[in-house]
Design a protein. Sequence first.
Length: 216
Amino acid sequence: MPPTITAFENSPDRGRGQARDMRVRWALEEVGQPYDVRLVSFAAMKQPAHLALNPFGQIPTYEDGDLALFETGAIVLHIAERHGGLLPTDANARSRAIAWMFAALNTMEPPIVELGMAMLFERDKSWYAERLPMLQDRVRTRLGELSRRLGGADWLDGAFSAGDLMMVTVLRRLNTSGLLDEYPDVAAYVARGEARPAFRRAFDAQLAVFQAASRS
Ligand code: GTB
């Protein structure tokens, strides 16, 4: 039996691959592991059956035999540890790739999500115009630091790894912010990730869900 992941039945991102099942799909595609998808509604995500898989009532979850996981960091790490291709074999390089996964989730993602939330939900607030530059500058700081570390390299630390996979999915959340354009090397890094055949397969699979939901 292939593993089963959960994803939005009707994703609010309209198939742009911004929901976090995208990073799990991409990891599974990179390692060549077929998978099933169980689509869940917002209401179902808060029901006991789903809460048993994810206590926070969120997607994605991952089930494989008697293992059930939540949190994309844990899921992608699990996939990367059990299959070849997403983590280096050298022990130190492997630890550095895992550090980049944490950096994507703990250092890059919080200010990016905060900016995205403000742009989505705070536009009509009196404080929006004053707050926006501060949120943008926090993201710029991280993009500048990332750009300096990349230093023109294709990937963060040698060959493509789960660290890059996680970083690219996090950076993609800036797609509509205009900020990536200010850092052409980081934008090129994201584009390199998106050009990988495994990314394309994962993207097309989640887009097909949105297209089917729109037809019904
Ligand atoms: N830390 C968790 C992880 O990494 O797994 C976060 C999981 C998470 O945020 N899941 C979201 C969710 O289930 C979906 S991805 N939300 C429903 C809820 O909390 O009730 C976040 C997301 C949603 C929509 C867009 N979008 O429309 O662009 C982008 C990202």
